[in-house]
Unconditional design. Structure first.
Length: 254
């Protein structure tokens, strides 16, 4: 890991009176996070999410950040319920987080949780810190630690990328034409739960903050017949880069 820091993920520096300097409403936060796919075990006949066991053996409705982890969960369900037809489905991180935290109505019955990549968790276990007590009491205790990675040198007034895998941050650094050896020792690890609470409670211009979906997740979905979520992500990227026009509604309101 790189040097740990309490430096906050920064939005674009703007005048304090800007209308955009404010905490995000929950729907805005969910929309930001929904560019990132997560996985779940589903019943092939009904399409409903299937509970899977947590580390203690309790069956929970769970969304997985890592495809490898949901594959393990799928195998367990198949072993325990051989007659049931189950498969891996996809969801969006923002919606999954909101549901797992009970932010809304019509929640599924039973325990819910969100599971970060076990591969990532093992890699950073020496650097993980417990949630602050107040946050620990407010957030779902079944949800795992959820590491995020960022680096000040990759931020700009227009974009502040936040990564779910250190490897994707390194790739971004190298794509900008710099060598991995030249990376400064300023990598910061954050917990998703800490960041989302901060985004909903702190006045800042959060427009530049961008959650970068793990490349491994995009690759998996991309191989599954161009899942609609991939097309949506590509469309959003094309609009932001000026390669495609924005929706008519946005153009009319511009």
């Amino acid at each position: 890991m790189g040097k740990k820091s309490r430096k906050q993920p920064a939005g674009a520096p703007v005048p304090a009176e800007s209308e955009f300097v404010r905490p995000l409403a929950m729907p805005e936060l969910v929309e930001k996070l929904n560019t990132v796919p997560v996985f779940k075990v589903v019943d092939e006949e009904t399409g409903e999410i299937v509970p899977t066991p947590d580390k203690g053996g309790t069956a929970c409705i769970c969304w997985y950040a890592d495809y490898n982890d949901v594959q393990v969960a799928l195998a367990i369900v198949k072993h325990r319920e051989p007659e049931r037809k189950v498969a891996i489905g996809t969801a969006k991180l923002g919606t999954a987080l909101a549901m797992s935290e009970g932010w809304g109505t019509g929640m599924p019955e039973g325990p819910l949780r969100l599971q970060a990549s076990n591969t990532v968790l093992r890699a950073v276990k020496e650097d993980l810190e417990p949630l602050p007590e107040k946050l620990r009491e407010a957030m779902n205790p079944r949800t795992s630690a959820f590491p995020l990675f960022l680096m000040e040198e990759l931020q700009s007034p227009s974009i502040s990328p936040v990564f779910f895998r250190r490897e994707d941050l390194v790739t971004c650094w190298k794509t900008s034409g710099r060598s991995e050896e030249s990376m400064p020792n300023t990598l910061v690890m954050y917990d998703l739960r800490v960041l989302v609470v901060k985004m909903m409670s702190t006045a800042a211009d959060w427009r530049s903050l961008m959650f970068v979906a793990p490349q491994t997740s995009i690759d998996v979905i991309d191989q599954s017949s161009q899942h609609p979520l991939v097309r949506e992500l590509e469309h959003q990227a094309a609009i932001s880069q000026g390669d495609e026009p924005p929706p008519l509604e946005a153009t009319a309101n511009a």
